[in-house]
Design a protein around this ligand. Sequence first.
Ligand code: NAP
Ligand code: G4F
Length: 333
Amino acid sequence: MTKKRALVTGVTGQDGNHLASLLQDEGYEVYGLIRGQNNPKRAEFEARHPHVRLVEGDLTDPAALIRAVDLSDPDELYNLGAVSHVGYSFKNPSLTESVTGKGVLNVLEAVRVTGRSERTRVYQASTSEMFGGLDYNRPGAGYDEDSLFHPRSPYGVAKLYGHWISRNYRESYGMFVSCGILFNHEGEFRGPEFVTRKITQAVARIARGMQEYVVLGDLWPKRDWGYAGDYVRGMWKMLQHDRPDDFVLATGETHSIEEFLSLAFRTVGIDDWTPYVKQDAAFMRPAEVDILLGNPAKAEEQLGWVREVSFEKLVELMVRHDLDALAGLESAR
Ligand code: NAP
Ligand code: G4F
């Protein structure tokens, strides 16, 4: 039997790492798009995923994407690549629009102009940041696929373009394009620029006496935090479904950054985290999303998607991973 083929953009990111493993376990031949002429993540990625074939290309370069699609001839294309940091998008709005927004169009066109509209199923990484949330748009029982969008950052606005152009290609050309509206998901591959990983790395270092405190922005915002390993399985399920559609993946729980801090510090035996946390406006955003809470009922019912890792387990898993990483560094010295 011939193996299914998948192309993953953003393969060197958090979700790309999880998804590459899942697709290989499912027997796929996996191709990954890697950007830059000397990407520092390449060596680590190749060591972790020696069977993934890396193809060079940037989401802003239509010809490179056409080449990547031609070379990989994918049954499934997962578009995970993006400028994905909300704070960074305020400082680099035009880049964000080109990569996170127009990059989606470039991917869809690469599939269409190479004559693969009927063959290649596309997953678009949409986001709960599209909901934003203001007084008139509170989550209530949780945002779902029919909730109102009101993005609050250049990132959210660019993602909303990607979401609608994906829906447009589905409607205009009959392409199998599914959008996963994913709420925050974290884990051992999460970048250190995101608040959860910044906290767990700091907690590990504080516990080992290597750092005095961590400097953060606002602590009151609430997020619906799940485990990335659970969420990439949901992405894959969307492309195995009998028709293209949009699906929310979320836990249905929301927690503040203060709650995350409290659990993370408790994992290393510290009950009062307040002496170890300072705040700086440099980490605050021009517009904040106060609260995100998702309702994953549709994905649970139609895809049979279940999340396995609870919020408490997620925090513990990340802290323990960062403690182990430090222990590994110490023993290598
Ligand atoms: P991530 O860790 O930041 O990974 C982003 C990936 O995009 C990296 O591989 C990065 O390459 C690549 N990339 C950036 N600019 C590019 C460009 N110009 N051309 C090609 N590739 C480029 O993000 P993630 O957490 O895995 O998220 C995956 C996707 O889901 C993203 O689209 C994100 O916006 C979306 N999403 C994430 C969450 C979440 O909570 N994680 C929730 C909803 C939606 P380098 O490694 O070379 O930097
Ligand atoms: O960890 P964050 O940077 O994630 P954010 O902004 O929620 O975005 C993540 O989730 C989205 C899905 O909802 C994805 F689409 C997106 O790609 C990304 O993966 O910030 C979480 C919260 C924010 O309220 C932020 O203001 O933490 C707050 N925060 C407080 N101090 C901080 C910090 N965020 C960061 N990154 N660094 C801080 O020092």
